[in-house]
Design a protein around this ligand. Structure first.
Ligand code: SF4
Length: 364
C-alpha cells in the first residue's frame, strides 16, 4: 500500500497538484509553438490519450504570443516553458499560460524575477521551479561537487536556493523539479528534496532516451519514487511522439495501482505452442483499446492450452488455436472463430462489453 507524501496543493488551471490530488500526467509538445495549428492538433491527440497538463516551449515572443490562440483551441491547462528571458514569461502569462516553468536563477536577475512573480500573482499562475544537473550554480558545484547517487546535494541546494528567491518575493504557489538523466541520482535527489520541502514535486528523468531505454529508465526511477509516495505530477521523457509519453505514464501508474485509465491488456509473449499469427492481432487489439474508456482487462493469448487459464482474471480474451481463435469471457469459452475473422468478431465483442460497462456505470 502506497502512502503519498503530504504536500501543499496548487492548481494549474482546473487541475490540482499535490495535497492528495491524483498524480497528474504531463507531456510536452514537440511542434513549433508558433505554429498554432499543428500545436493545437498535437495537444488534442495528447488530451485524447489522457494528458492532464501540457507544456509548450516558449523560445521567443512569437511563441509567447501564440499561447492565446493555442489556449482557445485546447481543453487542458497549458504551461509555458521559459529559459533566460523574463519578458517571455510575462508575455506568456498575459496570453493565458496557466502555469510557467522557469529556473528563477537564470531569468535575468532579481528585478526581472520580481516582474515575473508579479505577473504570476496578477494572473494567478503557479510556477514550477525547475533545476537540472546542467543548470546548477558554479558555487554549489564547487562546494558540493557534481550530483551523484551518493551525493545529490548540489541539485537539492540549487532547487532550495531558487525556491527561496521566489518565496522572498512573497510567492508560494510553487512546485519543484530536479532533473537528472541518471536514474539513481534522480531517486536519491528527490528523496532528499522530499525531506526538505512540502511543495508538490514534479518528477521525471530528463533526456531519458528512446521508447525502450526511456521507458525503462523512467519506470525504474519514477516507479521507486512513486512507490515511496514521492511525486505529484510526472512526465515520461521520450525521444518519441509525446503521445507515447502519456501512455507510458499511465501504464506506470496502473502498474503501481495508483491511477488507472482505460482497459488493461494482458498478452502472452508466444512460444512453440502458438499456431496463430498473434503479434499483429495483439497490436490491432492494443490500438483499439486506446479508444476505450472502460477499465476492462483484455487478454490476447497464443494458445488454448494455457491461454484462458493464464488469463483467468481477464474480462474478455482471445486464445489462439490452429488457424482458429477462441473468444472467452471471464474464463469461459463463448465462441470459436476462424483466424481471418477473429479480429473483427473480437472487436465486436469488445464494443459490446464497452457499451454494457458504460451503461451499467451510468445507471449506478
Ligand atoms: S499462452 Fe500459450 S502460447 Fe502464449 S506463452 Fe503461454 S503457453 Fe505459450
Amino acid at each position: 500500500m502506497i502512502t503519498r507524501r503530504k504536500t501543499r496543493q496548487i492548481r494549474v488551471g482546473d487541475i490540482p497538484i499535490g495535497g492528495g490530488a491524483p498524480i497528474a500526467v504531463q507531456s510536452m509538445t514537440n511542434t513549433d509553438t508558433a505554429d498554432t495549428e499543428r500545436t493545437i492538433a498535437q495537444i488534442g491527440q495528447l488530451a485524447a490519450a489522457g494528458c492532464d497538463l501540457i507544456r509548450v516551449a516558449v523560445p521567443d515572443l512569437e511563441a509567447a504570443a501564440a499561447i492565446a490562440k493555442i489556449r482557445a483551441g485546447i481543453t487542458i491547462p497549458l504551461i509555458a516553458d521559459i529559459h533566460f528571458d523574463w519578458r517571455l514569461a510575462v508575455v506568456a502569462m498575459e496570453n493565458g499560460a496557466q502555469g510557467i516553468r522557469i529556473n528563477p536563477g537564470n531569468i535575468g536577475g532579481a528585478k526581472k524575477l520580481a516582474k515575473v512573480v508579479t505577473a504570476a500573482r496578477v494572473h494567478r499562475v503557479p510556477i514550477r521551479v525547475g533545476v537540472n544537473s546542467g543548470s546548477i550554480e558554479k558555487d554549489l558545484l564547487r562546494r558540493y561537487g557534481y550530483p551523484t547517487p551518493d551525493n545529490p546535494t548540489a541539485l537539492i541546494e540549487s532547487a532550495v536556493r531558487n525556491v527561496r528567491l521566489v518565496e522572498n518575493l512573497g510567492f508560494e504557489e510553487l512546485k519543484i523539479s530536479i532533473k537528472s538523466s541518471d536514474v539513481l541520482t534522480t531517486i536519491a535527489g528527490y528523496r532528499l528534496l522530499a525531506e526538505r520541502t512540502d511543495y508538490p514535486l514534479h518528477i521525471g528523468v530528463t533526456e531519458a532516451g528512446g521508447l525502450i531505454a526511456g521507458t525503462v529508465k523512467s519506470s525504474v526511477a519514477l516507479g521507486i519514487l512513486l512507490f515511496e509516495g514521492i511525486g505529484d505530477t510526472l512526465r515520461i521523457s521520450l525521444t518519441r511522439d509525446p503521445v507515447e509519453e502519456v501512455r507510458v505514464g499511465y501504464e506506470l501508474l496502473r502498474a503501481l495501482r495508483i491511477r488507472e485509465r482505460g482497459p488493461e491488456l494482458i498478452s502472452c509473449p508466444t512460444c512453440g505452442r502458438t499456431r496463430i499469427d498473434l503479434f499483429p492481432l495483439a497490436e490491432a487489439v492494443e490500438q483499439h483499446l486506446q479508444t476505450m474508456r472502460s477499465r476492462l482487462k483484455v487478454a490476447v493469448m497464443g494458445c488454448v492450452v494455457n491461454g484462458p487459464g493464464e488469463a483467468r482474471e481477464a474480462d474478455i480474451g482471445i486464445a489462439g488455436g490452429n488457424g482458429v481463435g477462441i473468444i472467452f469471457k471471464k474464463g469461459k469459452i463463448i465462441k470459436k472463430v476462424p483466424e481471418e475473422r477473429l479480429l473483427e468478431v473480437f472487436l465486436d465483442e469488445l464494443r459490446k462489453m464497452e457499451e454494457e460497462s458504460s451503461s451499467s456505470s451510468s445507471s449506478s
